[in-house]
Ligand binder design. Structure first.
Ligand code: ARG
Length: 463
């Protein structure tokens, strides 16, 4: 790239060419070329509007639109010569258009600045990515619902403090994961509303003297409305911050699920099996089958949280309006998008393939005195105050620990040592099935409630 060419877009004011390192240092084309499709889409809409406003002739408009179509094809065929000297995706495409169609290409930028152009491109790009992410989230949520329905009556221990607490159904546990994702998808859709606003027309910062028709461009690009203030339109990146915030939350949720999958696939828990295709082996220990996918997703939480902090810090204290700082918004945002999309895709593929070891789960619930609360509630129904029944059951558990016996394995006379209110009917409440089925209200773990929640979940997903 010659100096002459290098300065062609602002050369008038300059008496020497940009320092070679500064050129590299300030360029963003290495990464923002990723938005070439949105850049072309925005330019074509802008040219269409300019012709309707009488700023361009129809012939000029047609030449621009066709030239840009050809440039898109060149890029997609890998034939486009990206130039660092032309700094970013916007100037690369514009310069190529002028190469191709001559002076008309130079008219495209009428009534526009790279400041409103880049803000528009990034919103168009993020909107497209949000649609893909929404699809992957929904696929994962559907997988969870299907599995929850299948495992509605599968018993496992429920934990608090990672100690066995009460029996729950595996379906109920899966639906807890579903709820987390349901909120994540709500946040994604809510964020989209603020992403889908059009900065174009703000120009550099103050608007433009040309008789532009912003509503028309807005309609052509499918935005829900225009950004109402030109200074704000070109400068704020809060929509990107918001996206990173919801991404951090969603990956945090996935990290919690991951942690459970890692624990449950261990030989010590052995609650589930992950098919080999989601695992790797060890180069030294032949017995190993490592749950790499959940581990990696757990690990990726850190980088996404980092991107959120990066963007918050980037925005902090920036005076109005556009500052070059904002060029730093792209890499964190791109990586947040890629990371979230990748994690969701891996999970959406893996979750339906997960195989519970139902007997092991059931046995773990049985071994852990998981029905102790049920016995306490039973005694309350027999007229004993809850604090007293808690004490009675505590003693029975201590006896069980001593004798290595679960409550359900004790004889009636053994149990009656602790309270003479205990009768033959106690054995119904001490069964795992009795325990889960008794929690039969909305949000409870009973198999019927799980099935009802799956049905509600399916409705929510469709909406
Ligand atoms: N590459 C720039 C960015 O990513 C485009 C806008 C540059 N505007 C400017 N006046 N230098 O933000």
């Amino acid at each position: 790239m010659s100096d002459q060419q290098q300065n062609q877009l602002w050369g008038g004011r300059f008496s020497e060419s940009t320092d070679a390192f500064v050129q590299e240092f300030t360029a963003s084309v290495g990464f923002d070329r990723r938005m070439y499709r949105q850049d072309i889409q925005g330019s074509q809409a802008h040219a269409t509007m300019l012709a309707e406003a009488g700023v361009l002739t129809n012939d000029e408009r047609d030449a621009i639109i066709q030239g840009l179509d050809e440039i898109r094809a060149e890029i997609e065929a890998g034939q486009f010569q990206w130039s660092v000297a032309l700094e970013d995706v916007h100037m690369n495409i514009e310069a190529r258009l002028t190469d191709k169609i001559g002076i008309t290409g130079k008219k495209l930028h009428t009534g526009r600045s790279r400041n409103d152009q880049v803000a528009t491109d990034i919103r168009l790009w993020l909107r497209d990515e949000i649609a893909l992410i929404d699809g992957e989230m929904t696929r994962l949520m559907t997988g969870l619902l299907d599995l929850a329905e299948r495992e509605a009556a599968t018993i496992m221990p429920g934990f608090t403090h990672l100690q066995t607490a009460q029996p729950v159904t595996f379906g109920h546990h899966l639906l807890a994961w579903f709820e987390m994702l349901k909120r994540d998808r709500e946040r994604l859709r809510d964020c989209r509303k603020r992403v889908n606003r059009m900065p174009l027309g703000a120009a550099a910062l103050a608007g433009t003297t040309y008789p532009i028709l912003r509503e028309r461009t807005c309609e052509l690009l499918g935005f829900d409305g225009v950004c109402e203030n030109s200074l704000d339109a070109v400068s704020d990146r809060d929509f990107a911050i918001e996206f990173c915030a919801l991404t951090a939350l969603c990956v945090t949720h996935l990290s919690r699920i991951s942690e459970e999958l890692v624990l449950w696939t261990s030989a010590q828990f052995n609650f589930i099996d992950l098919p080999d295709r989601f695992c790797t082996g060890s180069s030294i220990m032949p017995q190993k089958k490592n749950p790499d996918v959940p581990e990696l997703v757990r690990g990726k939480t850190g980088r996404v949280n980092g991107h959120l902090i990066a963007l918050l810090t980037l925005m902090k204290s920036q005076p109005l309006a556009y500052n070059k700082d904002n060029q730093e918004d792209k890499e964190p945002l791109y990586d947040a998008v890629d990371t979230l999309a990748g994690c969701l895709r891996a999970f959406a593929d893996m979750i339906p393939a997960l195989e519970p070891n139902r007997e092991v789960m059931r046995e773990a619930a049985r071994r852990g005195f998981a029905t102790a609360t049920d016995l306490a509630d039973y005694l309350v129904r027999k007229g004993i105050a809850f604090r007293d029944s808690h004490e009675i059951v505590g003693k029975a558990v201590a006896h069980g620990v001593d004798q290595k016996k679960d409550l359900s394995e004790m004889s009636l006379s053994e149990l009656r040592q602790f309270s003479d209110q205990i009768d033959e009917d106690v054995f119904e409440v001490l069964t795992l099935e009795g325990s889960v089925s008794a929690r039969n209200h909305i949000g409870g773990t009973a198999p019927d409630q799980v099935r009802a929640a799956v049905a509600r979940g399916r409705e929510a997903i469709g909406g």
